[in-house]
Design a binder for this molecule. Sequence first.
Ligand code: CMP
Length: 139
Amino acid sequence: MAGNRTLAIIKPDAFGAGKAGKIIAHLEAQGFKLVCAKVTHMTVAEAGAFYAVHKGRPFYDELVAFMSSAPCMPMVLEKSDAVAAYRTAIGATDPAEAAEGTVRKLYAESKGRNAVHGSDSDENARIEGTFFFGSAALV
Ligand code: CMP
């Protein structure tokens, strides 16, 4: 059975542009409940560890530099089948390919500066939630 929590991040581009409130309101209107949230400015080491799964890919260094460049807002969100529901709500990684009405279509600038992150599996939702919130992220 699919889990009911996922890890989301409002990334430095959207957080710095004052879009956090609109993005959270958009998600709450779709039935997501905020379970944990904080504002944090990741170090290079923290961002590198969070995105370790992408190490070696051509965009990794740029991604780590961007995610450690300014504050962001990690959140644990709750909804039935949360990982899939949230990925549908945020749209494709590249906002140019994201569906109308999705968070990335509405608020993202580019594939790199794409407003939000979302876990891609229940296992990664648990790992990523624990990364930021410890056991408070777990059901
Ligand atoms: P995110 O959901 O945070 O997961 C990894 C991130 O890498 C992704 O969103 C993008 O912001 C970023 N990224 C930059 N370039 C690429 C790329 N070519 N393919 C996939 N992800 C990329």
